[in-house]
Design a binder for this molecule. Structure first.
Ligand SMILES: Cc1cc2nc3c(=O)[nH]c(=O)nc-3n(C[C@H](O)[C@H](O)[C@H](O)COP(=O)(O)OP(=O)(O)OC[C@H]3O[C@@H](n4cnc5c(N)ncnc54)[C@H](O)[C@@H]3O)c2cc1C
Length: 409
């Protein structure tokens, strides 16, 4: 059998795996199938500069078109992988012959969670995951457009900032008691809520959507969002930003273990030794955090992809890098390093009023994660420091004039 590596998906994880495989000397057939019409592109700008119209389409590609030819990647767009026959190592496609694989990567990403509220199928209610979604939304946004964003996580708030920049009127409905409540400390939520309110965004906490209504003049389009606070929010456009769920259908139907994502070990291998998974779709045993975790970030997709390529090429490699993330809202860049799982203390370095500060998360006085707002210096130092979970001198840590590296007890 020809040595064939098949990759399902053509996102960040897929692309990086292909590149690393070729760089690592893989000389066999490399085939990548995507159900999207585009080659691999960056998703982060979809809620930021691309949605704002500040980044042209040609700058969205992760690699120029020539990459696929020069790296002999057999890229098949608008093709869906429909089944995996593990017994005969075959990947079935929506078009064309099945692929006989020697190893397979599932890099299927994630899909936006849908609202189940009545009226959700009206026009003007959007998800945001792809270039096509962003194009559709962008074409509708005009100064004065009334935009209701459902969900006050990173993506919802990034979209809110972008829409304000375009002159839209923005309401954010967040069911939790604070924004970004899954990922940051209350002090950071409060800071971002204040920043958004100052920019003119109306943030409604503890509020869920109960339904969507059309206007009598056009029964096909959304005009009003009904909410649990009893209010009715006028809406020209609604953007659902309620998080994502991993795309695991293909894996589940093939009998692969799934647990909040396609379950992989520390080498990114599934319970089938010939099948790997990477990126948003998989959950991985992570020894650093002593648990299985699923992350949604460019860095995670990139690092897991490199791990996959290495293991596919026969060098056992474990992924246990310290995770990091970013988000851009207005002129604020938040850089997050480490996961603040089970933190028991928070120490601020600097004050939120300065709009350049950091929030250190500790467990048993050891530094485990940090949110750095407009503070790249702390972020760079934290990346080096947190890997070792150092014991910190709390009074020195709270003094932003002392370099982070000098706060270790
Ligand atoms: C709007 C937005 C903003 C973001 N901002 C940030 C940010 O600021 N910082 C950050 O770190 N991360 C951000 N992210 C997250 C980041 O983009 C993702 O974590 C990353 O793209 C994941 O890459 P992936 O390769 O795992 O999946 P994806 O990029 O989702 O790629 C998976 C691909 O597989 C395709 N596919 C699925 N099933 C099949 C099938 N059966 N057959 C064929 N193809 C299939 C999908 O259509 C998709 O094209 C953002 C994401 C979005 C949507």
């Amino acid at each position: 059998m020809t040595d064939t590596i098949a990759i399902v998906g053509a996102g960040q994880a897929a692309l990086q795996t292909a590149e690393s495989l070729r760089r690592g000397g893989f000389a066999g057939h490399l085939v990548m199938v995507s159900d999207e019409p585009h080659p691999a592109y960056q998703r982060p700008p979809l809620s930021k500069k691309y949605l704002a119209g500040e980044l042209p389409l040609e700058r969205m590609w992760l690699k120029p078109a020539a990459f696929y030819e020069s790296h002999q990647v057999d890229l098949r767009l608008n093709v869906r992988a429909t089944a995996i026959h593990r017994d005969r190592q075959q990947l079935e496609l929506s078009q064309g012959e099945p692929i006989q694989y020697s190893q397979l990567l599932l890099a299927t990403g994630a899909s936006p969670r849908q609202s189940t509220a009545p009226g959700v199928s009206l026009q003007g209610i959007h998800a945001l995951r792809s270039i096509s979604d962003a194009d559709l939304i962008r074409a509708r946004l005009k100064p004065g457009s009334r935009v209701v964003i459902v969900g006050g996580g990173y993506m919802g708030l990034e979209v809110a900032a972008t829409c304000r920049g375009l002159g839209c009127q923005v309401d954010v409905l967040e069911m939790g008691a604070r924004v970004m409540n899954r990922v940051v400390a209350p002090v950071i939520s409060d800071f971002f809520t204040a920043e958004h309110r100052r920019a003119g965004v109306s943030i409604h906490l503890g509020t869920t959507v109960t339904g969507f209504l059309a206007a009598a003049s056009d029964p096909t389009r959304v005009a009003t969002v009904l909410a649990s606070d009893g209010k009715e929010y006028p809406a020209d456009e609604v953007i659902i930003a309620m998080g994502v769920q991993p795309n695991i259908d293909l894996a589940t139907r093939a009998g692969l273990d799934c647990e909040n994502g396609i379950a992989v070990d520390e080498t990114c291998r599934t319970n089938d030794p010939l099948i790997f998974s990477a990126g948003d779709c998989c959950s991985q045993v992570n020894h650093r955090y002593a648990k299985r975790i699923r992350l949604e970030s460019v860095d995670n997709a990139f690092e897991q992809a490199k791990t996959v390529a290495s293991n596919m090429l026969g060098t056992r490699t474990v992924h246990d890098k310290l995770p990091w993330f970013w988000s851009d809202q207005y002129d604020l860049k938040i850089l997050i390093v480490g996961l603040n799982i089970d933190y028991d203390q928070v120490v601020l370095r600097g004050t939120p009023d300065s709009r350049s500060f950091s929030c250190a998360y500790l467990r048993d006085a050891r530094l485990i994660a940090m949110d750095c707002i407009n503070n790249a210096k702390d972020y760079m130092a934290a990346k080096k420091l947190i890997a070792d979970k150092p014991l910190c001198d709390l009074s020195r840590l709270a003094d932003p004039t002392i370099p982070l590296k000098d706060t270790v007890a």
